[in-house]
Design a protein around this ligand. Sequence first.
Ligand code: MG
Ligand code: MG
Length: 260
Amino acid sequence: MLKAKSAEEIELIRESSLLVGKTLAEVAPMIQPGVSVLDLDKRAYEFIKDHGGHPGFLGFNGFPNSLCISMNEVVVHGIPKAGQVMQDGDIISVDCGVLMNGFYGDSAYTFPVGEVSDEVMKLLVNTKECLDLGIEQAIAGNRVGDIGYAVQAHAENAGFGVVRELVGHGLGRDLHEPPEVPNFGRRGKGPKLVEGLVINIEPMINMGRKEVQQHADGWTIYTADRKPSAHFEHTMVVRKGKAELLSTFEFIEQKLEIRA
Ligand code: MG
Ligand code: MG
């Protein structure tokens, strides 16, 4: 059986998650054509340190940076590099982790750079809807497969591909805890969700085929067909009737003046 977190543990995860949300909002206005993605990473590092946290990804299994920045055909785990400059029409997934008071926060948002095509915007909207539909299933008594089914059905109904190799996860003192939370699955299958369980749902949705490849750097995950991919991630507590979000896009969307 999966283990619920205590109220104290949940509050500490909420604090780390809040700093993640504020860090994503701090870098959001920098997401513009002509800006180097490495500048976002540096800003995130400073912001997290200034607010009493540690970048959760920096040094995690040897990851070299504070943010995973994944542009266009990069699905997740992109390493921000000097000279990697955003251009009009790109999309950029920014995944941020914080470790503070012994607990992690972990959330991701995919931003359009300047004007993106209608097709790409449809992918972003669908992926965020997949996340919301997954969250609706994160209720006590449901099973992990209910989440995956909801995400997969919504993406595939739109003709998009659902990445199989990378999944959501439990979260707490470790960045990745049981259970695995796939973005595909069958209703009523998989481990039962218990009240107080903290999980991350993170759909990775490809405009084209579902297949991915890993770069020789050991991190960067690409779409096999090199079409764009989007990624949104929230942390939540499983509750009766409705999940309680611990991470937030509120600060990002205030900065972007997007209505949630
Ligand atoms: Mg993440
Ligand atoms: Mg995650």
